[in-house]
Ligand binder design. Structure first.
Ligand SMILES: C[S@@+](CC[C@H](N)C(=O)[O-])C[C@H]1O[C@@H](n2cnc3c(N)ncnc32)[C@H](O)[C@@H]1O
Length: 245
């Protein structure tokens, strides 16, 4: 190597070394692509696509929207216990990913108050239409509907205090890409919350691919710039697994 080239490399190395770390902790080189496998033999409620040993579930269609508003949900899921466990404050910015009819969106909207904002993200426009009508009927005006894609929640960067997913993550067609998008959308210190039916408990009357174990959630989150902070087990059938950026 010529002396001139050595100096150019040295100067470039110094310049790079002096740079501050990027604000959003995203690596300079992209992480390796997630490995998804397809298997012919699979659960009829799954899509035959596996991620880190777990089969991804079929997406719940908008035709079943009424099921999300069933009155028994209050007793089965105890939203009155979940909301305080999220420790939201007035003025917070939050997102409800896979918001469905807005069963949890409207509770988040009440918790963040009129100075706060909730993004309701869905991949089914029909669900967003139902949600939008329900918000208008209830005169809730701090909810912003967002039509996402299976790979991208389409949220503003580094703007959110909390992202909630209730009974949703196990349906993501591209879970790793979705988590990367949600991490980008969180403020430093923002929290990512998984509410999933307990895969460890055979007594929970939910189809197998629609449940998740805590260990599997942690395994799938291991490569991201997030730390696990808490798993709350006070709900009857679901665990609340909380990570922080
Ligand atoms: C079982 S429903 C739960 C709805 C809501 N969270 C609730 O608990 O009432 C799951 C929802 O997630 C949505 N969904 C699935 N994959 C998604 C993705 N990648 N981004 C946003 N929404 C998604 C589906 O369209 C469906 O409406």
């Amino acid at each position: 190597m010529s002396t001139r080239l050595v100096w150019i490399c040295f100067a470039a190395a110094l310049t790079l070394a002096g740079r501050p770390a990027p604000a959003d902790a995203s690596p300079q080189t992209p992480p390796p692509a997630p490995v998804y496998e397809t298997r012919a033999n699979h659960d009829p409620n799954g899509i035959g696509k596996f991620y880190l040993g777990r089969e991804i579930a079929q997406v719940m269609g908008h035709q079943g929207a009424d099921w999300l508003e069933r009155p028994e949900r209050e007793k089965e899921e105890r939203p009155d216990l979940l909301l305080p466990a999220l420790h939201l404050r007035a003025g917070d910015r939050a997102a409800d990913i896979g918001a469905g009819t807005g069963y949890y969106t409207r509770r988040l909207a009440a918790a963040v108050g009129t100075n706060g904002l909730v993004y309701a993200v869905e991949i089914q426009q029909e669900m967003l239409d139902i949600l939008t009508n329900k918000m208008a009927a209830a005169k809730i005006d701090n909810v912003r509907p967002v039509l996402g894609t299976v790979e991208d929640p389409r949220l503003p960067a580094a703007g959110l205090d909390l992202i909630l997913m209730v009974d949703v993550y196990h349906e993501f067609d591209h879970p790793a890409e979705m988590v990367a998008g949600m991490v980008r959308a969180l403020k430093p210190g923002g929290r990512l919350v998984f509410v999933e039916f307990r895969g460890e408990d055979p007594q929970v009357p939910i189809k197998l691919v629609h449940k998740m174990t805590e260990a599997q959630v942690k395994k799938e989150l291991a490569g991201f710039p997030l730390k696990w902070v808490e798993t709350n087990e006070t709900l009857p059938w679901q665990h609340v697994i909380i990570f922080q950026k």
